[in-house]
Design a protein around this ligand. Structure first.
Ligand SMILES: Cc1cc2nc3c(=O)[nH]c(=O)nc-3n(C[C@H](O)[C@H](O)[C@H](O)COP(=O)(O)OP(=O)(O)OC[C@H]3O[C@@H](n4cnc5c(N)ncnc54)[C@H](O)[C@@H]3O)c2cc1C
Length: 555
């Protein structure tokens, strides 16, 4: 998830809130800390002959896979990580701009600060985070900066409507027509909130609707396709949204360390086929690599992104259960992309001569009618500027794009042969926007772009050719779809983890990916613990695997 997020559930409402109930059940999965310590002492898998310790294969070494490995290793399992890339972190990754600044090309926000384990890691690693005041710098359709008061009015109205939409979706989700979108809700609300008795009401309504388009930067898909019925699933953890100014790199290092120390990590190992236990005589789950190697495990955790699963259902044998396949197909997958452009100085932090406004934090250009050649559909542009991030500041603008604009920009850049041509395409494409910022002067070298970087998650099949899961119109049973994915197929030794299987309150986020890996590892551990208990009762020697539902399978 990116740029914005909302938490609307009050502390008092948590007891009845579906997302908080789900968080409670899915995170703890019946494993109290007391029980966990009993498990640790009874299980003592590490005391087993290493060759008899249960061996788990984890496909993918993003946050879900890394956290899963950590918990399994701590419980005495043998872990092999199979990662198609030559690096760890998946959709958490940093690049260096040609001018030396380190940037996150995937996640860079921490969504929610209350009881968020990522926040603990941020503190532990002394990662610099930033937060901006909600000053609204909004350029209207003609490229004029709206007066502060007017900008704040639209911004406040927009977030109020979003909050109401959450409440509406929460309360009436069951009866909302699956075809209704967040845009439909906005269209009704703007008429209510800006009555036709107000002067200039049509322009006001129009601007507010344009403003609402920035919701797309949160989910990676347009407002008009955001499901209203399942809008409640987009609610985030309580607290602030912090920008990871120092990048996610130290947090990634911390999360990866246990796997680096204790797991067998095989890089450049792309898995193309996954076989459940029922496909083998010896009751082992297996994976086949793209170069034909077959590896055998007691359990396999698949953390490939939802977009990958959608395109690779045939990779599983026996086929995944129908309900699980439906879940994978039904949940949407966004296309958020990011473009960083650095300049000689952060000129936007100084007011233009004779003006008082500067741009700090967020800024939006609504439905521009002044960039017809490059942006004929008048897609909104939005930035956060990184020049005011204290010690971590650099004179860089970070643009967010989604939907058709992401498609257009990434495919245009792919068609250009050289870095130089790509860079000039980016500078020209975004010039209608950055050239309107305070103190911009074309003749001043400090206002010239000096370096840029554009992401292309859409072209990355290991990221599922997109950004992260979301909830699109037409969705009938979004919550059950997520639960079906989260359940996996334990009796086959096939488990799914990843942001798409996260607790509802953290779907699509780094925190969600982390929790999902932890959750699956605990379920697997608990299954083996139950197996060992039964073993002890019967005096059996050898590992008995007890699947999640309690069906005993001989190991
Ligand atoms: C542009 C963008 C911005 C984002 N912004 C934010 C944000 O600000 N805040 C936030 O909380 N979240 C954000 N997210 C979402 C966040 O990055 C993800 O939710 C999280 O990183 C997902 O972790 P994961 O482990 O589920 O998946 P991944 O990180 O994608 O890990 C899956 C791993 O599996 C590997 N893999 C895939 N297929 C195979 C295969 N066949 N064989 C072997 N390996 C395979 C991949 O290479 C990858 O390493 C953003 C994502 C994007 C793309």
């Amino acid at each position: 998830m990116d740029a914005h997020s909302m938490s609307v559930t009050s502390a008092a409402g948590k007891k009845t809130s579906r997302i908080y109930q789900d968080l409670k059940t899915s995170r703890l999965y019946g494993v109290s800390s007391r029980r966990q310590s009993i498990m640790d002492s009874v299980l003592k898998l590490e005391t087993l002959d290493p060759s008899r310790r249960p061996h788990v294969g984890i496909v993918g070494a993003g946050f879900a896979g890394l956290k899963c490995a950590d918990v399994l290793l701590r419980n005495g399992f043998r872990v092999t990580m199979l990662e198609a890339r030559n690096r760890l972190g998946g959709r958490i990754f940093q690049e260096r701009l040609p001018n030396g600044h380190l940037i996150d090309i995937g996640a860079n926000w921490i969504h929610g600060t209350t009881e968020n384990p990522i926040m603990d890691l941020v503190k532990e690693t002394k990662t610099t985070v930033g937060v901006w005041d909600n000053h609204s710098c909004i350029y209207d359709e003609d490229g004029r900066l709206l007066p502060l008061e007017e900008g704040e009015k639209y911004s406040t109205l927009m977030w109020d409507i979003i909050e109401d939409a959450f409440e509406y979706s929460n309360k009436h989700g069951a009866n909302i027509d699956p075809g209704r979108s967040l845009l439909d809700f906005f269209q009704e609300q703007v008429v209510k909130r800006i009555p036709d008795t107000q002067e200039d009401y049509q322009r006001q309504r129009r601007l507010l609707l344009h403003m609402a388009e920035l919701w797309g930067n949160f989910v990676g898909s347009p407002l008009r396709t955001q499901s209203l019925k399942f809008f409640w699933l987009e609610e985030c953890i309580e607290g602030e949204n912090l920008f990871c100014a120092g990048t996610y790199n130290k947090v990634l290092e911390k999360v990866a360390q246990p796997a680096i120390d204790g797991a067998d990590i095989r890089y450049k190992t792309r898995i193309s086929e996954i076989y459940g236990k029922s496909m083998a005589q010896n009751n082992m789950a297996r994976v086949k690599t793209a170069d034909g190697q077959v590896l055998e495990f007691d359990e396999v955790v698949v953390t490939c992104p939802l977009g990958w699963l959608k395109k690779n259902l045939q990779a599983f044998s026996p086929p995944l259960p129908d309900r699980l396949c439906q879940g994978i197909q039904n949940i949407g997958y966004g296309s958020l992309e990011k473009v960083y452009i650095s300049f000689g100085t952060a000129f936007w932090l100084s007011p233009s001569p004779g003006e008082s406004r500067i741009v700090q934090g967020f800024c939006q250009w609504l439905a521009p009618n002044y960039a017809q050649d490059s942006n004929p559909n008048r897609c909104l542009s939005e930035i956060v500027e990184l020049g005011s991030l204290g010690a971590a500041a650099h004179p860089t603008l970070l643009f967010y794009l989604y939907g058709e604009q992401s498609q257009h920009l990434t495919s245009s850049l792919r068609s250009l042969p050289s870095r130089k041509e790509k860079d000039s395409f980016i500078y020209d494409y975004f010039k209608p926007y950055y050239s309107r910022l305070p103190s911009y002067d074309e003749s001043n070298a400090d206002c010239q772009p000096t370096a840029c970087f554009a992401t292309d998650w859409l072209d990355d099949d290991l990221a599922g050719n997109g950004s992260y899961s979301n909830f699109q119109t037409g969705l009938l049973e979004g919550d059950k779809d997520v639960i079906a994915m989260r359940s996996g197929v334990p009796k086959e030794g096939i488990w799914l983890a990843g942001e798409h299987t996260a607790p509802f309150v953290a779907l699509g986020t780094v925190t969600g990916a982390y929790w999902s890996g932890e959750h699956v590892a605990r379920r697997i551990t608990q299954g083996y613990w139950r197996g060992r208990e039964k073993e002890k009762e019967r005096g059996v020697v050898g590992v008995v695997v007890d699947g999640e539902k309690g069906a005993e399978i001989q190991g």
